[in-house]
Design a protein around this ligand. Structure first.
Ligand code: COA
Ligand code: AMP
Length: 632
């Protein structure tokens, strides 16, 4: 690691003396009670950062910038090509809205620790709702708008919200998606019922506010504005939000984020990983429903006092593949963070970057990509088209901020295509073999992080400490299991090769094949099924379903396939992009009955599949091969 002076020093201190390292970084935020204790390990593996400190996250994101004389600085730029709207909100204006909505939430009886589910498109009200919750110590749980009623219902039942905040519709390039009927359906399915559902009416498809608990957003805001809420003091260890993410089963995991560690980690990472500072314009083209949106659309830029761009549109089709370049030009964006799939979509429509020539993108210093593997082709195309460093970073909903990255603010390093570069300070990344032994450089294994995890990472799963242990900590004693496989090279660069479990990544969206299988298994003609994530040149991966029909099933297999596609779309959502079903005679299994999904995936991806010696009947697999890997 020649030349990695600042990085090496910071990294070493963060691992050998994490308390000193994070005590130094704690000064990046404003505390109500400053931390005297940095890390509480007394209840390991449930570590707690800054256990005796108190703060308010919303105060750090808004009030302190206004108090410091930056009331007029733009906090949020809303750019919505799908509604032809552009709006700028200063720190003072955003604060006023947030305090009013926080007042409204209090009016509905929401108190510190109560949950609020937010099911909204990419509109400023989504950010206002999140910050309003943090202002009064309520715990928000944002559900991505592309999820169908059933998925929303599961999250409502788990989070038990006092209030749900939604909008009448979201706008996709080709259609208006009515959210309110989906919310109503979810509440029919859910056992838990909220006290109020606040709905932002949008002119593209106003909703019927016909349920007992329905309230118009504007009415709620008016009431809140007459009694705006002040910031509530919370413990650093109190939950700020719960964000559900796909695990390997149908039941999503409620990732808990605390207040103090989160604020410190985001303030540190925006500066040191992304090199973005107070007053600079930063754009994360993702969605507030994902962790990337929570951390880098909302909290990190606002805590830092930067300007964040909230973009309601797509990389292509709104209206064309020049959309990203227009936004950079118009708002003088200095750094853009998005998913590799967005770049692949642009590349497909405009391979020679012709549309780029229409815009002045000279403000852009860096392009950051994450959410899925950055393949070298996409890296090369983006780097040569834009002429700026293209920086991969690897992390997960669980960690909330990058585990491996090129630390542009701390010490920019040589980029190796295919690698997100090195472990970020705070993360003691180890690659382990099957028995938990460290493997040699260059050798693949399970990517793990030695405990304790740094501040800002999940302290547990919502209401389920046991699942936290069994999912992440049980595989290797003293380590967090990331679920990704990969290797460290001789220079300490990490290469992430993909999930080792049944989580898949479709256009940067994390999905569970287990939950799709659970939907498919409900079909009366299906005896058994397997869903795998197969490589796709545009979306990274796409789900493919293989089903075995019950003996005596008389329905036409094509009709069954169509019904299954519809069922997954209706129950999980369009975002699953589940369109490919094949009826097969049998599924390959081990002698103990475990379906060989990994082997199926390897064959589908055209790799040399390793056939486990425990296979029950290799002939079943051989019969399936043509379906798995159709001739090109
Ligand atoms: N609300 C409702 N529906 C949504 C939605 C939302 N918030 N987001 C996506 N959908 C729907 C889409 O309309 C589409 O529906 P369709 O099957 O009727 O066409 C489906 O879900 C799949 O959407 P998407 O994954 O966006 O694929 P796409 O083919 O429409 O667009 C890309 C492809 C590459 C342009 C798009 O995936 C993209 O912008 N990706 C960036 C990924 C990203 O930001 N990931 C976040 C992690 S960093
Ligand atoms: P999510 O929790 O939705 O952020 O998804 C996390 C998963 O996405 C990781 O476990 C990886 O499998 C994948 N992922 C995210 N970023 C990267 C990256 N830079 N390189 C490779 N895989 C990534």
């Amino acid at each position: 690691m020649e030349g990695m002076g600042s990085y090496r020093d910071a990294y070493r201190t963060s691992i050998t003396d994490p308390e000193r390292f994070w005590a130094d970084q704690a000064g990046l935020i404003t505390w109500i009670k400053k931390p005297r204790q940095i890390l509480d390990s007394s209840n390991a593996p449930f570590y707690r950062w800054f256990p005796d400190a108190t703060l308010n996250t919303c105060y750090n994101a808004l009030d302190r910038h206004v108090a410091a004389g930056n009331a007029d600085r733009t906090a949020l730029v809303y750019d919505s090509p799908v509604t032809d709207t552009k709006q700028r909100l200063s720190y003072a204006e955003l604060l006023e809205k947030v305090a009013a909505f926080a007042g409204a939430l209090k009016g509905f009886g929401v108190e510190k620790g109560d949950r609020v589910v937010i099911y909204m498109p990419m509109i400023p009200e989504a950010v206002v709702a999140m910050l309003a919750c943090s202002r009064i110590g309520a715990v928000h749980s944002v559900v991505f708008g592309g999820f169908a009623p059933h998925e929303l219902a599961v999250r409502i039942d788990d989070a038990q919200p006092k209030v749900i905040v939604s909008a009448s519709c979201g706008i996709e390039p080709t259609r208006v998606v009515e959210y309110k009927p989906m919310l109503d359906k979810a509440l029919e399915l859910a056992t838990h019922k909220p006290g109020a559902c606040v709905v932002k009416q949008r002119p593209q498809a106003p909703a019927e506010l016909d349920q007992l608990w329905d309230v118009d957003w504007d009415v709620a805001m008016k009431a809140g504005a007459s009694d705006p809420a002040a910031c509530v003091e919370v413990a650093a260890t109190d939950p700020l939000y719960v964000l559900y993410t796909s695990g390997t089963t149908g039941k999503p995991k409620g990732i808990v984020r605390d207040n103090g560690g989160h604020a410190v980690a985001l303030a540190w990472s925006l500066r040191n990983v992304f090199d973005v500072h107070e007053g600079q314009v930063w754009w994360t083209a993702s969605d507030v429903g994902w962790v990337v949106g929570h951390s880098y659309i909302v909290y990190a830029p606002l805590i830092t006092g930067a300007t964040t761009v909230l973009y309601e549109g797509k990389p292509v089709g709104t209206p064309d593949a020049g959309a990203f370049w227009r936004v950079i030009d118009e708002h003088d964006v200095e750094a853009l963070f998005t998913a590799p799939t967005a770049m692949r979509a642009v590349k497909k429509e405009d391979p020679d970057g012709e549309l780029l020539k229409k815009y002045d993108v000279s403000s852009l210093r860096t392009l950051f990509l994450a959410g899925e593997r950055l393949d070298p082709d996409t890296y090369q195309w983006a780097a040569s088209t834009l002429g700026v460093p293209v920086v991969d970073n690897w992390w997960q909903t669980e960690t909330g901020w990058p585990i491996a990255a090129n630390l542009r603010g701390l010490e920019p390093m040589e980029i190796k295509p295919g690698s997100p570069t090195v472990p970020v300070p705070g993360y003691d990344v180890r690659v382990l073999g099957e028995k938990g032994e460290p493997v040699a450089p260059g050798e693949e294994g399970a990517i793990c992080i030695k405990l304790p995890l740094p501040p800002g990472t999940l302290p547990t799963l919502w209401g389920d400490d046991d699942r936290f242990i069994s999912s992440y900590l049980a595989a290797f004693d003293g380590y967090y299991l990331s679920g990704d496989g990969g290797y460290l090279d001789e220079d300490g660069y990490l290469f992430v090769m993909g999930r080792t479990d049944d989580v898949i990544n479709v256009a940067g969206h994390r999905l569970s094949t287990g939950s799709m299988e659970a939907v498919i298994a409900q079909h009366p003609a299906v005896a058994e099924c397997a869903v795998i994530g197969a490589a796709d040149p545009m979306k990274g991966q796409l789900p493919r379903g293989f089903v075995v029909l019950k003996a005596g099933a008389t329905e036409n297999p094509d009709d069954i396939a169509r019904e299954l596609v519809r069922m997954v779309r209706d129950e999980i959502g369009a975002v699953a992009a589940f369109r490919d079903v094949t009826v097969v005679g049998g599924l390959p299994k081990t002698r103990s009955g475990k379906i060989l999904r990994k082997t199926m995936r390897e064959i589908a991806d055209g790799k040399d599949a390793v056939i486990p010696s425990t296979i029950e009947d290799e002939a079943v697999l051989d019969r399936m091969r043509p379906a798995l890997r159709p001739a090109p």
